[in-house]
Design a protein. Structure first.
Ligand code: ATP
Ligand code: MG
Ligand code: FE
Length: 339
């Protein structure tokens, strides 16, 4: 099926077009620069930007895909989780397109879409696979027997999400927003063993994460340096912080694979774009005999193609379309793939 996907859960207005597992277009407008001076996404600013970007981004996606509205078989849209006002803009637009075109509408889960997107790059997902979902708002380990119908949470962060920790540490180091890509870049010049930052819940036998203690430890370490009038070795701090995060993430992800007897690990969400996470995961998966799938960085961060990919999966699975009074649900649980 040819599916148009609309994503507006945060600050990216993303519109993707897919044909089954084939990516035809992935058009993105971001309001990130409007938020940068606030050091975080401002919900009202994001909603207004989505409203302004929606029509041109849809038109660009159709043009890039070389298709017209009439060719589309279904419309998919992120129904949650995310910023309520931002989600509402995407859901309202998707309803309008579905109604005007007489096409089925699928409200989908943003987190499941971060998993489904990998099919556009590496083909059908193994069933089951384990998914490590690491993004700005979530850090979870999932067992995924079938991304269209059955997503089971095994563990998640008890405090900050991994991406949130990257963003907060970047602020402490006076790097840009969002912090993940800046830390990734700064860390390349640093020594990951320079500072021994704490690894929360490393050996606690659960599939949960904790990053708030690490974030605080980095802030204290930097403050102590500044108080002593000594220069802050930004690259070493970035590399040591990043190492602590990716060490715990990969260790727990592989523990799940081992204990659940699953041989395929997928990593998704914005933090999956991190170069050190990708490298360490590759290394540890090879050692453990686990096959690793990570989409290219541009498909890890929020985009419309991921929503279209999950929509196509739902159509293929024969799922019921959503009602035209579909609500946006800012706290949609990961177990609800479509609603
Ligand atoms: P969620 O998916 O939980 O709703 P979100 O949609 O806001 O959150 P994503 O776009 O999936 O988040 O991910 C954004 C996060 O990814 C940000 O915290 C950002 O710093 C982080 N990120 C992006 N690139 C990198 C990178 N190279 N290294 C580390 N983190 C990164
Ligand atoms: Mg974003
Ligand atoms: Fe996301």
């Amino acid at each position: 099926p040819l599916v148009l996907g609309i994503e507006t859960s945060c600050d990216e207005t993303g519109v993707g077009v897919v044909q089954g597992h084939t990516l035809l277009a992935n058009s993105i407008a971001s309001s990130v620069e409007e938020h940068a001076r606030f050091g975080g996404v401002v919900p009202e600013v994001a909603s207004r930007a989505h409203l302004q970007a929606m029509t041109p981004t849809v038109e660009r996606a159709l043009a890039d895909a070389g298709v017209t509205f009439n060719d589309i078989d279904a419309i998919a849209v992120t129904a949650g989780p995310g910023l309520a006002g931002a989600l509402m803009v995407g859901v309202a637009a998707a309803k309008a397109y579905a109604l005007a075109l007489g096409k089925p509408l699928y409200g989908v889960n943003h987190l499941a879409a971060h998993v489904a997107v990998d099919q556009l790059e590496h083909g059908p997902l193994p069933r089951p696979c384990v998914a490590l979902l690491v993004s700005g708002g979530h850090s979870s380990l999932l067992l995924v027997p079938d991304v269209a119908t059955d997503v089971r949470p095994l563990g998640s962060t008890v405090d900050d999400a991994a991406g949130e920790a990257f963003d907060k540490v970047a602020r402490v180091l006076d790097l840009g927003f969002p912090g993940g890509p800046y830390i990734d870049r700064a860390a390349r010049e640093g020594d990951p063993a320079a500072i021994g930052f704490p690894r929360g819940k490393y050996d606690d036998g659960t599939y949960d994460f904790s990053f708030s203690g690490l974030k605080t430890a980095v802030a204290r370490w930097v403050e102590a340096r500044e108080r002593a009038g000594e220069p802050v070795p930004v690259a070493d701090v970035a590399a040591s912080f990043q190492e602590a995060v990716v060490d715990v993430l990969t260790r727990k992800a592989l523990a799940v694979c081992r204990e659940q007897g699953v041989e395929d690990l997928l990593i998704g969400g914005g933090v999956a774009a991190n170069s050190r996470l990708r490298a360490l995961a590759r290394e540890r998966c090879e050692a453990a005999g686990v096959r690793l799938r990570v989409p290219r960085p541009g498909l890890c961060t929020d985009n419309g193609a991921m929503v279209a990919a999950l929509g196509a999966e739902l159509v293929a699975a024969g799922a019921d379309p959503s009602a035209l009074d579909l609500p946006a649900d800012s706290s949609l649980p990961v177990t609800t793939v479509t609603l």
